[in-house]
Structure formats: structure tokens, C-alpha cells
Design a protein around this ligand. Structure first.
Ligand code: NAD
Ligand code: 6OD
Length: 498
């Protein structure tokens, strides 16, 4: 499929600048880095790296906007602007699609149904939530009999630093920018260095809808000793919201400790799928295949450990293998592509190193385990095969560590308690998918697996009003619906003596 690219998009996709105070600006030190096409491995854009000075300018722009025009808008006016942002993303849908798929290599068919629509929906949902969010009131008795009224007032926190990863760039960035702005904050966003394009393009949308300058800022660059660190250390940042690896969260938390800034973290996972013999087999297979291979396995909610009740183990493994082998590996623009490349050379090498490790450890390789044959033009790209293993010990690195690739290890179990114990035997606690037609069992098991998000007979089915976040080392706090409002506002109590 070919999409006509506007000249604005073409220029953004060759030279990606920072967006500060309502304008695109280059790196003040003329520092740049390269953006690689995952399909070919070739460079397609130069990205301007925001220096410490640029980050400071962005935070000041955000701080000025917060204290200026933006801070004086009513909730209704803010909500209307956010609706305009969503509408404009939808009007420029194809440009966001091209930019997102260029950065990530993901299939158009996937981004068209998930990434771009959610990029728009994330603004509408939080415009709706902020219009409707209740505040608490408590009528209290006092010795004089007159009483007092306590009521809560929610006010924005100020300047929010948004640090986002590369796997669902637009979706995960807007998931935080939407509620932050709905609540009246301003933002400085640092997208992943691998995927700066859609976040940067959003700057144009902000100008087009009349968003006051400085409300939304983008600084491009790396993490440690670079833009991300400059941003999270900046003393005028009031709170930090981050999605990414658990280890990065540890560093950011240390920076946030200086000045006692609040954090919201959505971190890594090593999610278990639990498949009972009484499941609807086709549903469990389709859902598990999606949860393992979608987005080339680069979904934090994805399943990397599958526990299958022994009577259906062989059948399940054999049919999941068929699904893996039925996936067409291909380029984003081919509408029949089921799986694209990994996002980067580094992530590709990391996944392939786990493939080698599994072989060394004596895993039974049910399918995959290597690099697919690609046409000449794409051999420089970051390709890996969808892979399924069985037979490894539960304490092997393949079963313990987050790989973030299109692969899973499948293990049989005999008893419900055993499945729960295996699912919980991890430092992570993000998500799980349970496959059973027994409703009592579903409720029972759902309460016993220590995760923030449980799906029963489905996967990645999202109602944006619900809480989202991880237990254990998979995160701190919850976002989604009113939970996002809790993070992006300061709740104050007013006690009024009657
Ligand atoms: P990452 O932690 O390497 O990077 C995420 C972002 O943090 C990037 O923008 C990066 O530049 C920045 N960063 C890195 N070091 C930093 C530092 N010291 N200070 C400030 N910023 C810094 O993660 P990634 O590789 O981009 O994404 C994959 C990871 O994200 C996986 O672990 C995945 O599970 C996790 N993830 C979690 C969720 C969730 O909702 N829980 C969602 C998506 C991805
Ligand atoms: O759907 C969402 O809101 C969300 N935060 C998804 C996270 C996916 C992780 O890769």
C-alpha cells in the first residue's frame, strides 16, 4: 500500500527536530544521531539530540505555559482542545501511520487498528474523564453542633516529564500526555531514541489546533547522560511518568528522589498465559498466538511463558506451532504481513542471543530459533523468526528474563495450584491471560496470580476507564480512567467550618 506523503512529513522523516515552545528547533549544540529503518537497516533520518540547555529551555517553556494561558483555561476549554487534537490525529491518520511504521517496522495493518486509533482515543477518553471526575466530600460534626464540610479539590501538578519507549510509541506517549494535559499540566516528552517521529509530528498537530505554545514539548535524545537524564533531573519538573525497562525505572527513581517528585512507572514483565484443559481451544490458541507474536513480541503485556494443562499439552504445542509458521514475515506496507522486524539492531541481537542461549541450554525448539530468509533488499533489516520452545528448567534465563521478542516457552502442569505457583514465580507482575470455560476457576485463579492486569479468555482487550499498571517489579501506581487523574493532579482538602 502506498500513501502520499506531505512535504511536512517528508521533511520530518528526514530531519527530526525538537519541539519546544511551539516551534521546531535544532539541537543547540548541533548534535544529531541517526534513525534506522528496521526493514533495511539503513539510515533514513537525522535526529536532533536535545542538550541539557535544550531540555532546560523546554522545561522553562512548559513552566511558563503552565503559569500562563494554559493555567487560566477552564476544564471545558481544555477538554475541547483535546478533542481537536484527537480529531486532527484522525484527519492526518495516514501520516501518523507512515511515520510510526517507518520508525518501528510494524505492519500497517497492525498500526492502523491499534497504534494510531489509540493515539487519538487517548486524548478523547481523558477529556471525558476530567469533565466527569467526582471529588470527595465529608460532612463532619463539631462540638459546637454547627459542623464542617470537607471537600477535595484537584489541581494540576505542574510540569510533567513523560519518558516513553519504542514498542508502541504513539499509543504509550499519548496514554500519558492525554491525561496530563486534561488535568491542566504541561508536558515535556522524551520519546525513545529509536522512535521519535510520531511524537515529533504531534507537535504540528498541537500548533494546528491552537494549543498554547509550551504546553506540549518534545526533546529527542538518549537516556543515561543524555536528554532523558537531563529531563528527569531537572528541578522544575514536578512529576515523572515513565514506561520502559525496570532497570531504567530504578535510575529514574533515584533522580526523582531529589526534590521528592512523584513517579508513575509502567515497567517490564515476564507474563504467563495459563491454559486449562477446559478452555475453548481455538480461542486459547488464537489469543495466545497474538499475545506472543503481535508487534513481533514487543508488547509489555505479551506472553513469554505459557503453562498448559497436561491433557491438552501436545495438541496445544502442535497447533501453536502451526500458527507461528503461518505468520507471514514481511514489510509494513504489505497488507498480508503478519509480523515485521524487530525495532532495532540492538533489540534484534538481544533476542537472537536468547535464541542461541535456549539452544545451548538444550531447549526443544518447536519452531523458529533463528533468522528468516528475506528478499535481498531486506537482508540488512532486523528480522527474527517466531519461536517456540519447550523443555527448559523453570529457573533458566529463557523462563526468568524478559526477552521482548516473538517467542515463548511452553511448560505442562497438572494441578491448578501448580499453575498459579509457576505463574507467580517471577519478580515481575504485569499481566496474565487465563484460558478456561470454568467461570469459578477463572475468578479463583485471577485473584491468585500477582499481577496488575488479568485477562480471561482474551488478551489486550482494553477499556480505557480501567486501572492499568503492574505489581511487584512491573511498576508503581496505576493509570487509566480516574487513576490517571489521581496521578496527574494534586488532591487538596478544604475544611470549611459551618
Ligand atoms: P528503556 O527503559 O530502555 O527506555 C525507555 C525510555 O527511557 C527511552 O525513552 C529511553 O531513552 C529512556 N531512558 C533510558 N535510560 C534513561 C535514564 N537513565 N533516564 C531517563 N530516561 C532514560 O525501555 P525500552 O527498551 O524503550 O522499552 C522496552 C521496555 O519497556 C520493556 O522492558 C517493556 O516491558 C517495557 N514496557 C512496559 C510497558 C508497561 O506498560 N508496563 C509498556 C511498554 C514497554
Ligand atoms: O493499552 C495501554 O494503555 C497500554 N499502556 C499498553 C501497554 C502496552 C505495552 O507494551
Amino acid at each position: 500500500m502506498t500513501i502520499q506523503q506531505s512535504s511536512a512529513l517528508q521533511s520530518l522523516l528526514s530531519e527530526t527536530k525538537n519541539f519546544i515552545g511551539g516551534e521546531y528547533v535544532g539541537s543547540s549544540a548541533s548534535k544529531t544521531f541517526e534513525n534506522f529503518d528496521p526493514v533495511t537497516g539503513e539510515v533514513f533520518a537525522t535526529v536532533h539530540e536535545a542538550t541539557e540547555e535544550d531540555v532546560d529551555t523546554a522545561v522553562r517553556a512548559a513552566s511558563d505555559a503552565y503559569r500562563g494561558e494554559w493555567g487560566s483555561l477552564t476544564v471545558e476549554a481544555r477538554a475541547k482542545l483535546l478533542y481537536r487534537v484527537a480529531d486532527r490525529i484522525n484527519e492526518r491518520f495516514d501520516e501518523f501511520l507512515v511515520a510510526e511504521c517507518r520508525d518501528t517496522g510494524k505492519p500497517y495493518s497492525l498500526a492502523r487498528h491499534i497504534d494510531i486509533p489509540r493515539g487519538a482515543a487517548n486524548f478523547k477518553i481523558f477529556a471525558d474523564v476530567i469533565r466527569n471526575v467526582p471529588t470527595e466530600t465529608f460532612r463532619m460534626e463539631t462540638p459546637d453542633g454547627a459542623g464542617a464540610l470537607n471537600y477535595g479539590v484537584r489541581l494540576p501538578k505542574g510540569v510533567i516529564a513523560v519518558i516513553s519507549p519504542w514498542n508502541l510509541p504513539l499509543l504509550l506517549m499519548t496514554w500519558k500526555v492525554g491525561p496530563a494535559l486534561a488535568c491542566g499540566n504541561t508536558v515535556v516528552v522524551k520519546p525513545s531514541e529509536e522512535t521519535p517521529s510520531t511524537t515529533t509530528l504531534l507537535g504540528e498537530v498541537m500548533v494546528e489546533v491552537g494549543m498554547p505554545a509550551g504546553v506540549f514539548n518534545v526533546v529527542n535524545g538518549f537516556g543515561t547522560n543524555s536528554t532523558g537524564e537531563f529531563l528527569t533531573r531537572h528541578p522544575e519538573v514536578d512529576a515523572i511518568t515513565f514506561t520502559g525497562e525496570t532497570i531504567t525505572g530504578t535510575t529514574i527513581m533515584q533522580n526523582a528522589a531529589v526534590g521528592i517528585r512523584d513517579v508513575s512507572f509502567e515497567l517490564g514483565g515476564k507474563n504467563a498465559g495459563v491454559v486449562f484443559a477446559d478452555c475453548d481451544m481455538e480461542q486459547a490458541l488464537d489469543g495466545t498466538a497474538r499475545s506472543v507474536f503481535a508487534n513481533c513480541g514487543q508488547v509489555c503485556l505479551g506472553t513469554e511463558r505459557v503453562y498448559v494443562e497436561r491433557p491438552i499439552f501436545d495438541e496445544f504445542v502442535s497447533k501453536l506451532k502451526d500458527r507461528a509458521e503461518g505468520l507471514k514475515i514481511g514489510i509494513p506496507t504489505d497488507e498480508t504481513t503478519g509480523m515485521g522486524p524487530m525495532v532495532s539492531r540492538q533489540q534484534c541481537e538481544k533476542v537472537l542471543s536468547y535464541y542461541d542461549k535456549a539452544r545451548e541450554l538444550g531447549a526443544e525448539i518447536i519452531t523458529g530459533g533463528g533468522v528468516p530468509d528475506m528478499a535481498e533488499a531486506y537482508t540488512g533489516g532486523f528480522w527474527v523468526q517466531p519461536t517456540i520452545w519447550t523443555g527448559l528448567a523453570e529457573d533458566s534465563p529463557i523462563v526468568k528474563q524478559e526477552i521482548f521478542g516473538p517467542c515463548c516457552h511452553i511448560q505442562p502442569f497438572d494441578l491448578e495450584e501448580e499453575a498459579i505457583r509457576l505463574a507467580n514465580d517471577t519478580k515481575y507482575g504485569l499481566a496474565t491471560a487465563i484460558w478456561t470455560t470454568n467461570a469459578s476457576r477463572a475468578h479463583r485463579v485471577a485473584e491468585k496470580i500477582d499481577v496488575g492486569i488479568t485477562w480471561v479468555n482474551c488478551w489486550f482487550l482494553r477499556d480505557l476507564r480501567t486501572s492499568f499498571g503492574g505489581a511487584k517489579q512491573s511498576g508503581i501506581g496505576r493509570e487509566g480512567g480516574v487513576h490517571s487523574i489521581d496521578f496527574y493532579t494534586e488532591l487538596r482538602n478544604v475544611c470549611l467550618k459551618l
